[in-house]
Design a protein around this ligand. Sequence first.
Ligand SMILES: NC(=O)c1ccc[n+]([C@@H]2O[C@H](COP(=O)([O-])OP(=O)(O)OC[C@H]3O[C@@H](n4cnc5c(N)ncnc54)[C@H](OP(=O)(O)O)[C@@H]3O)[C@@H](O)[C@H]2O)c1
Length: 254
Amino acid sequence: MTKSDDLDGKVGVVTGGGKGIGKAIAKGLAENGVKVVVCSRTKAELDQVAREIKENDGEATPVVTDLTDSDQINGLVDATVEAYGRIDILVNNAARSFLRPLIDLREDGWDKIFNTNCKAVFLLSRAVAKIMGKQGGGRIVNITTIGAVRGGAGMGVYHASKAALSMLTKCMAVEWAPLQINVNAVGPGLTKTAFSQPIWDNPDMERMITARIPKGRLAEPEEIVGAVLFLCSNQSSFITGESIYVDGGSLAHS
Ligand SMILES: NC(=O)c1ccc[n+]([C@@H]2O[C@H](COP(=O)([O-])OP(=O)(O)OC[C@H]3O[C@@H](n4cnc5c(N)ncnc54)[C@H](OP(=O)(O)O)[C@@H]3O)[C@@H](O)[C@H]2O)c1
C-alpha cells in the first residue's frame, strides 16, 4: 500500500475497529503514522488490534464503546482528546445487520440497525466536527455499501440505513465545508469478514454471488483501505460529499 506522508502524526478514530474492515482500516492508518483510537463493544478484539499496531511500531488506544449509547459516544470523544489532544480523522465503520425479510422484521430490529448505522454516525460525527472545526478542519469517512444504491431481498432495513447514511454524508459535507471538514463515503462490495460469513461459508451461495461480480470474487478487507487513506490524505483536499465504491465492478454491471 502506498504510504501517505501527510497522515503522519494525525489522530484518527475508527469505529468497529476490532475486526473485519475496521481492523484493516485501523492498521492501514497506523502504518501511515496515524495515532489510532479503535472502538467497539468487544475489549479482547480491540486489545488485539492495538497490540498488533504497537508491534508494528504504531500507536493505538482501544476504547470499549457501545455506539448505541450517546453517553458512551461522548466518552469515546473525551478519551480520544485525553489520549492525543485532538481528532483529525473519523472513520464511521461500525454497523450491524441481520438477514430478515421486511415482512418479518420486528420494530426493535429496525431500531437496532438504524441506531447503529445512522443515528450513532450522526451523534459521533457531530461531536467530532465541533472539535475539528475548532482545530481548523478534518476528515470524516463513512463506510457505506453498494447496497445503499442497489435494492435487494433479506436485508432491506440495512440497505435503507446505508442509503440514509449516504445522504447524511452529503449533507454533513455541505454544512461542514466552511469548517474545512471533508465528509465522504466508501462503499465496499461483498468483503470477506464475519459480517458476510453466511455467504462465503456456503460454496453454492458464494458461487452464485461471485458470478455477478465482474472481478469474480469477494474483496479482502485490506482492499477497502486504499480508498479510505486517499480520502484522509491531502490528495483528496477538494473532494467532499462523494462516495467511492470498492466493489470489483459490481455496480458497473447492472
Ligand atoms: N463485509 C461486507 O461484505 C461489507 C460489504 C459492504 C459494506 N460493509 C460495511 O463495512 C463496515 C464493516 O463491516 P465488516 O464486514 O467489517 O463487519 P464486522 O466484521 O461485523 O465488524 C463490524 C464492527 O462493528 C462493531 N459494532 C457493531 N455494533 C456496534 C456498536 N453498537 N458499538 C460499537 N461497535 C459496534 C463490531 O464490534 P462489536 O460487535 O464487538 O461491538 C465490529 O467491530 C460496515 O459498515 C458494513 O456495513 C461490509
